[in-house]
Ligand binder design. Structure first.
Ligand code: PEP
Ligand code: CO
Length: 465
């Protein structure tokens, strides 16, 4: 196992040129940056940064390289990505049961996709680092009182008080520790027996079993049992039956935190962001020439960029040029989030133009963020059918252009929450208040997630033929 050295801070005098290898914090801070916290105490920020730089990496560079190889399979049309988890993780949410339920949901979905479509699935959690949120408005007003908007537990607190909403750099240390604890359980869970394919039944909950798809899931679990039993009887056994690789991912939003977590890999001398395996740039921070682009241009992890409905081909090609100048397959993923109404018109020209330019990228559909609306009760929600329709549009666009629909990116909970409407239980807007727990965007619950997996598996089986 190789060790990584902390990246020196402002004393490293490099220019923010693409591919320069190292970008100093000073240079990063000189670039335009959206959605950053405003800290009252800059001295405390520096102290927190200094402490973070000394803390161990959360992930290893070698693991990131393995994921790049897996993502290269996706770019080549040989594998499919399932990326999912909370919109916003919370510090209070770092509980064994909650993490286990999220993992079980992801694994159930992934088994459905692998088994029904016969395609290897790369599993990426929105987990162990998804604590910072971009917001459409900087402040929130309630009853005539205006306070800073909630920006995720990495920045401030959710309760609507001036003290909670103040931006606090010490939260970055808490987020580091919460991510470490979560990742520790993820590693134990995925390598220590819980992810054994003979547990497929156990991943299911009573809630899912009682859902319209419960029987299909149980049937699939029984078939997998028989298949594995058969292979074992023939003397074939493999760690792949009992362990899975689940990678961590989050939006690389907070420049200070992400820079402090960047380390020079001792094997290669190249910087990696060690706060998570896969990092993405959000829809609101994808400005070419902006700090977020420079941050991720200068680390070797596999990375993504969210592409919203206004994305131009010129922008997409700029992202390729800036973020993947050597055109390494698996390095760059475009995560499209156009909205069900736009996907069929906006995506095809992008697919065509990027492919014609010879760019090696993986394409993933985020069918959540372009389909959010506010219910009359004030809850932010999404219709299951709109989400599904965007995925259909995504698969149709790829079929028409001869490109590979490389994955889905969903916000989900392992709990029986009531945040999105529709799906097998036919939740309606009046049900939202029953169990709405997200501090940010509405998530699919367990049954809705599994239903999505079965429907996507059908589309994927056709695409893979
Ligand atoms: C998100 O993934 O939670 C998010 C904010 O997405 P986007 O940047 O696509 O709006
Ligand atoms: Co979200």
């Amino acid at each position: 196992m190789h060790v990584s050295a902390p990246l020196p801070g402002a004393e490293v005098g490099s220019t923010p040129t693409v591919g320069a290898g190292v970008i100093s914090l000073e240079d990063l801070r000189s670039l335009p940056a959206e959605q950053q916290p405003e800290y009252a105490d800059s001295e405390r920020v520096d102290q927190v940064m200094a402490e973070l730089r000394l803390l161990p990496p959360l992930v290893f560079a070698g693991e990131c390289d393995t994921l790049t190889d897996r993502m290269a399979q996706v770019a080549r049309g040989e594998a499919f990505v399932l990326q999912g988890g909370d919109c916003a993780e919370t510090l209070a949410g770092v509980r064994a049961a909650s993490i286990r339920n999220t993992l079980r949901t992801l694994l159930s979905m992934s088994v459905v996709l692998t088994y029904a479509a016969g395609v290897p699935v790369v599993k990426l959690g929105r987990i162990a680092g998804q604590y910072a949120k971009p917001r459409s408005k900087p402040t929130e007003t309630r009853g005539g009182v205006e306070l800073p908007a909630y920006r995720g537990d990495a920045v401030n607190g959710f309760p609507f008080t001036a003290a909670d909403r103040a931006h606090d750099p010490d939260r970055l240390l808490r987020v580091y520790n919460a991510s470490a604890a979560t990742l520790n359980l993820v590693r134990a869970f995925t390598q220590g027996g819980e992810a054994d394919l003979r547990q497929v039944h156990a991943w299911n909950s009573a809630f899912v079993a009682a859902s319209p798809l419960g029987a299909s899931y149980e049937r699939l679990a029984r078939e997998i049992d028989r298949a594995i039993g058969f292979m074992r009887a023939c003397g074939i056994d493999s760690p792949a039956f009992s362990q899975v690789d689940l990678y961590s991912s989050h939006e690389a939003l907070l420049l200070e935190y992400e820079h402090a977590m960047t380390r020079i890999d001792s094997r290669t001398g190249i910087p990696y962001n060690t706060s998570g395996h896969f990092l993405w740039i959000g829809e609101r921070t994808r400005q070419v020439g902006g700090a977020h682009m420079a941050l991720l241009a200068n680390v070797a992890n596999p990375i993504g960029v969210k592409l919203g409905p206004t994305t131009t081909l010129e922008q997409a090609l700029d992202y390729v040029r800036v973020l993947n100048p050597d055109n390494v397959p698996g390095r760059l993923t475009f995560i499209t989030r156009m909205g069900a109404a736009n996907i069929r018109s906006v995506l095809p020209p992008l697919l065509r133009g990027v492919t014609d330019a010879g760019a090696e990228v993986a394409w993933i559909s985020d069918p959540m963020h372009g389909n959010t609306y506010e219910a009359e009760s004030g809850y932010k929600t999404r219709r299951f059918d709109d989400v599904l329709d965007e995925v259909y549009g995504f698969f149709e666009a790829h079929a028409a252009e001869g490109t590979w629909p490389g994955g889905v990116h969903v916000e989900l909970s392992g709990e029986e929450v009531t945040e999105c409407v529709g799906g097998g239980y036919q939740l309606v807007e009046g049900d939202l208040a029953q169990r709405y727990e997200s501090v940010c965007d509405p998530r699919l619950n367990r049954a809705q997630s599994l239903e999505m997996a079965f429907l996507v598996a059908d589309m994927l089986a056709k695409a893979a033929r």
